[in-house]
Design a protein around this ligand. Structure first.
Ligand SMILES: [Zn+2]
Length: 295
């Protein structure tokens, strides 16, 4: 079964015109150049950032001491205005700089370097995409960022509140004294304007790669259904999610389940990109966060 799955991967992803039994010839490199990547928390677990929902070890579980009415209240604006401390505790854990990009992030950077990345849509607020060198114009941080902040009441803009967050402080607005909130998207808040580029990007995609997401949070989850029906969708994830839970799969849907770093490094080897990614990891991260750490 594993061999079959890998063969399917090869069919979708070797962009050189390789013949695959039963699958015909692949689109050549010249025809596949608008890859859209949709990524979630799973791409950052190998960087040591715990998943939000994993019972016992997840970030929500660490907030137990604050007696939240329900875990997601940490991202509720009304709750935040009453008690911003749980959010700031979480912010300290997630703040960019405490963690480093891993193999998966660098795979996406290489996808960009090869001129194949149309856009990456990420649900993550850890900033690791930018840190690994994916340029601003190729990246949509759909759930916002810690790179800037604003007063949650009067919307006055403030620079990133790193110092306050790291010293367990809660920054307040110099105009109205309300709490300043990093520009991370809370439940019920509008997504950043950049997110709406999806209306142009998804119809242009010729391959959709979905990585490390549970596809549970809307409107992000529904994006997978906005590529053209002839476009291959490749899921690299721990479990089948969203439309990949249905059987049979849609024609041209493929999935590779299991450890994400393993799957991505296998794919990179098939594509002949592994050494390049490893070189980047060595030069940028001193070689850590590669597959060797995660097997
Ligand atoms: Zn204010």
């Amino acid at each position: 079964l594993a061999v079959l799955r890998i063969r399917l991967l090869i069919c979708v992803l070797i962009w050189g015109g390789v013949f695959c039994p039963g699958q015909g010839y692949l689109p050549s490199l010249g025809r596949l150049r608008n890859v859209v990547v949709l990524a979630g928390a799973g791409i950052s677990t190998a960087s040591g950032i715990p998943d939000f929902r994993t019972p016992g070890t997840g970030l929500y579980a660490n907030l137990a001491k604050y007696n939240l009415p329900y875990p997601e209240a940490v991202f509720d604006v009304d709750f935040f205005s009453d008690d911003p401390r749980p959010f700031y505790s979480l912010a300290k854990e997630l703040y960019p700089g405490r963690h480093r990009p891993n193999y998966v992030h660098y795979f996406i950077r290489v996808l960009h370097q090869k001129g194949l990345l149309l856009r990456m849509y990420s649900q993550n607020i850890d900033g690791l995409e930018k840190m690994c060198g994916i340029p601003e114009d190729k990246l949509v941080e759909a759930h916002g960022t810690f790179a800037s902040a604003s007063c949650h009441l009067c919307y006055t803009a403030f620079p990133a509140e790193e110092q306050a967050i790291m010293s367990d402080g809660v920054p307040t607005c110099s105009f109205c004294s309300a709490t300043v909130k990093p520009n991370v998207v809370f439940f019920g808040e509008d997504l950043p304007e950049k997110y709406f580029q999806h209306a142009r990007d998804f119809p242009r995609a010729d391959l959709l790669m979905i990585m490390g997401t549970s596809l549970q949070i809307e409107p992000f989850a529904s994006l997978v259904n906005t590529v053209r029906s002839t476009v291959p969708r490749l899921l690299l994830n721990r479990h089948a999610v969203g439309p990949f839970e249905r059987k049979p799969l849609r024609r041209r849907d493929y999935m590779e389940l299991g450890d994400l770093v393993d799957s991505v490094s296998r794919l990179a080897r098939i594509l002949g990109w592994h050494a390049e990614i490893q070189d980047l990891l060595n030069s940028q991260e001193g070689g850590v966060w590669g597959p060797a750490l995660c097997v």
